[in-house]
Design a protein around this ligand. Sequence first.
Ligand SMILES: Nc1ncnc2c1ncn2[C@@H]1O[C@H](COP(=O)(O)OP(=O)(O)OP(=O)(O)O)[C@@H](O)[C@H]1O
Length: 337
Amino acid sequence: MAPRTPDSSATPPAVVTVRGLTKTYRGRGRGRRGAAAEPHPANDAISLRVARGEIFGLLGPNGAGKTTLVKQLTGLLRPDAGSISLLGHDVVRHPDRAARLLAYLGQESRALDELTVALAVETTGRLRGLELAAARAAREAVLAELGLEPLADRPLKRLSGGQRRLACVATVLVGDRPLLVLDEPTTGMDPVARRAVWTAVDRRRAEHGTTVLLVTHNVLEAESVLDRVAVLDAGRMIACDTPAGLKALVDTRVRLDLVWRAEPPLGVPEIERLRGEADVTGRRWTLRLPQDRARAVVGTVTQGEAFAALDDFTLATPSLEDVYLALGGRGEGLVRQ
Ligand SMILES: Nc1ncnc2c1ncn2[C@@H]1O[C@H](COP(=O)(O)OP(=O)(O)OP(=O)(O)O)[C@@H](O)[C@H]1O
C-alpha cells in the first residue's frame, strides 16, 4: 500500500494524487477465431503525488504507459482499478470534471485545424469561461509571449509541424488552468520555440502557482525543466525523485564515449578488455565505469596506438538515461536532443 517513493514528504498541497492506478487494454476480436488477445498491462499499480507549482515529469520509452496514465488523469480513459484526485475532485467517479481543472495537450490534436491560430486561441479561452474582451486580451498576450504573432492569421493546418505544436501550446496556456498536462509538447520545435514554451510555463508557475505534468522521452529536456520525475518502464513506475536525487543513485559511475576513426585498436590489451563492456553503435563505444577505472581508460586512450585510432571522446556525469538503465529499464527509446 505505502508508496515506494520519497514523495510523501512534500508539504505544498497536492494537485494530483494517484493511488494504485491500473489499466489493462483488452484487445477484442484481434486474436484468431475471435479469441481474446493477450491482456496487456499498460499501467500497473501506479501511485504518485504532484504538489502545487511542481513541474513533474513522466519519463519512459515508447510503450512505457505514459499516455495511458495521462488519459486516465484527463478523464478520457477509465482505469480498471485505483483512484485519481485532481485538486480534491475524484475524476474516476466524475471524469467530466477533469476538463474544468486542467488543460491537456495530447500527442495528436487536430480538432482546431481549420481555425486560424488567433481564433483557435481565442475560442479556447472562451470555452474556458473567459468573456470576449478577456479572451481577446489573453489571445494577444499568449501569441506575443510565444512569438506567434506573424502566424496569427494562418489556419493551423497550413503550419509546419513545429509551428503547429507551438500554436497548440498557446491554446493550452490561454485561460490559466491550474494544471497543465503536456504530452511531448515540444516535439518538432526548434530551440527558440522550446525556450519560449518553458519560459511561458515558468512564468505561470511563478505568478499563479501553475502545476505541470509533462510526458517526455527526452532525457535532456527532463533534466533541465523538471522538479521531479517518475520513471516508467513497461507499465510500472520504477523510480520517482528529483533528477539530482535519481542521478545520485548512479553517481559513482561515469559515462565514457569513445569514437574510433575506423577499427578499434584491439591490439592494445586494455582496449581489448574493454570491448565486452562497451555498448557499440557503429564507431562509438559507450562505457559506464566507476570513476577510477574511467580515469585509467582515459589515460590509455590519450596515448600511443589507442590515441592514434581515436577520433573523439567524451566523459560525462550520469544522465537520467543511465539511471533508467541502472534501474532495469530496457534502454531503448529514450532520446537526447
Ligand atoms: N488502445 C490501445 N489498445 C491496446 N493497447 C494499447 C492501446 N493504447 C496503448 N496500448 C499499449 O499500452 C502500452 C502503453 O502505451 P502508451 O501509449 O501508454 O505508452 P507511451 O509511454 O505513452 O508511449 P509513447 O512514448 O510511444 O507515446 C503499450 O504497450 C501500447 O502498445
